[in-house]
Design a protein around this ligand. Sequence first.
Ligand SMILES: O=C(COP(=O)(O)O)[C@@H](O)[C@H](O)[C@H](O)[C@H](O)COP(=O)(O)O
Ligand SMILES: [Mn+2]
Ligand SMILES: [Mn+2]
Length: 346
Amino acid sequence: MIESSIGLEIIEVVEQAAIASARWMGKGEKNTADHVAVEAMRERMNKIHMRGRIVIGEGERDEAPMLYIGEEVGICTREDAKAFCNPDELVEIDIAVDPCEGTNLVAYGQNGSMAVLAISEKGGLFAAPDFYMKKLAAPAVARGHVDINKSATENLRILSDCMKRSVEELVVVVMDRPRHKELIQEIRNAGARVRLISDGDVSAAICCAFAGSGIHCLMGIGAAPEGVISAAAMRCLGGHFQGQLIYDPDVVKTGLIGENKEGNLARLKEMGITDGDRVYNAEELASGETVLFAACGITPGTLMQGVQFFHNGARTQSLVISSQSSTARFVDTIHMFDKLEYIQLR
Ligand SMILES: O=C(COP(=O)(O)O)[C@@H](O)[C@H](O)[C@H](O)[C@H](O)COP(=O)(O)O
Ligand SMILES: [Mn+2]
Ligand SMILES: [Mn+2]
């Protein structure tokens, strides 16, 4: 039901966000690259016949115009909606968005940014707080064998068994952050190779599910909202994903997180999360009966090409993954703007 009704539309949502953001590629203005993606995403989402609700977005209500948590999206938000649609007949959908995942990458013209979202029926996505999350992603063959509670060394041995390749042949993506100093050293000591990324751990997590991506594992701490979006894709792909919220600022070392551990735990409790140390797997973070994921490359990446502009047109590459049809579709689209003179083949 969800896929047949809005499958194609969510591709257009991420495409429009990616095109808008890509116009700001390399301009050094991360906030603008982000803002235009948000606006494009909202505009296209508000044409969809659904009763959508943002469960993971860019902040709370008072931080509008970002897509804020709790914001309603879809055709019903139009002022004249009553004239042509009955909200009771529309499907209720929860949406997790990151209109520009990798704002720095876009601003500085680097690889790996994308516009991304995940959707499910109401209640089907974990409404993660704006905290950090310890993450472990690995291919389907290692699902349930590797474990976030085990050491990196042990997980690499398990991964090597599951993938039938030596630890030395494994590549682990880790975000290049001071908090990962010891982790990086441990992975290197174990014999595996480390690919450090400055941003963009959603792409890195999903790459683990694709043989040939050159990425076998993601370890370390990134943002929790991105963790839920990654989990949605990994749930559909059958890959391994575990996440554990990080509420202790001393563990994160950099970045914004509440003032102290006690305060953060209290905030989690207010949100109904009583066990701050709980480890969630992909099926718990994206628990809906139907889960869809869509991403469109802004700058070139491992999974998708970035937006390519030509005279009065653009070409985009997206990835749409569905738990309903068990498909991962790469969608290549030519966008014809006004007064198009030619269509660029490649
Ligand atoms: O790179 C990222 C930034 O996302 P965005 O702000 O949408 O461009 C994400 O992939 C990371 O998951 C995460 O936000 C990052 O790890 C946050 O950590 P830090 O930069 O150390 O505060
Ligand atoms: Mn992000
Ligand atoms: Mn973002």
